[in-house]
Ligand binder design. Structure first.
Ligand SMILES: [Zn+2]
Length: 157
């Protein structure tokens, strides 16, 4: 199943490649949190509807609630997708960039396997990979001082 999802994700990113924008645009906004090099390696795509895999096998495995959840954004590897009406939400971009780092440290198969198992065992709100992203975007949203998010994610996965 993970392989099917990984392939689906690869295709989604290929399809949207012409529309993606570089996160280097957030260099000033996220100064001290994310390095310019990292931001230059991450991308976002503005969409009307967040692309999510919709395989019957996923519903049968218990992911129905997650699949039906109205998401403001979702991260697939080095690219995240944001709903058009949330594109001005800096905290959302910050959140999705945490997931880009998680993907890069866990690698594609590792992230997918771990994320799926966390959704099943903890639910979306309490999935540790989500808790980490929400804590970090909360820190940013509250206007706290910058710190190296990349190092934090690497050390806390
Ligand atoms: Zn998230």
């Amino acid at each position: 199943m993970q392989n099917v999802i990984a392939e689906w994700i690869r295709q989604v990113n290929i399809t949207h490649a012409p529309l993606r924008q570089s996160c280097v645009t957030f260099q000033d906004a996220f100064d001290g949190f994310y390095s310019p090099d990292f931001l230059a390696s991450a991308y976002f795509v503005v969409v009307d509807r967040i692309p999510k895999p919709d395989f019957p096998e996923l519903r049968a495995a218990g992911f129905g609630a997650f699949m039906d959840m109205e998401a403001a954004g979702i991260t697939y590897d080095d690219t995240y997708y944001v709903q058009r009406r949330f594109v001005g939400d800096r905290g959302l971009h910050f959140h999705e960039l945490v997931h880009v780092l998680q993907w890069s440290y866990l690698q594609r198969e590792g992230f997918i396997t771990r994320y799926m198992s966390e959704i099943l065992s903890h639910g979306y709100q309490d999935a540790p990979l989500e808790v980490m992203a929400y804590q970090l975007d909360g820190h940013y949203r509250q206007g706290n001082p910058p710190f190296d998010v990349q190092a934090y994610v690497q050390q806390n996965l």
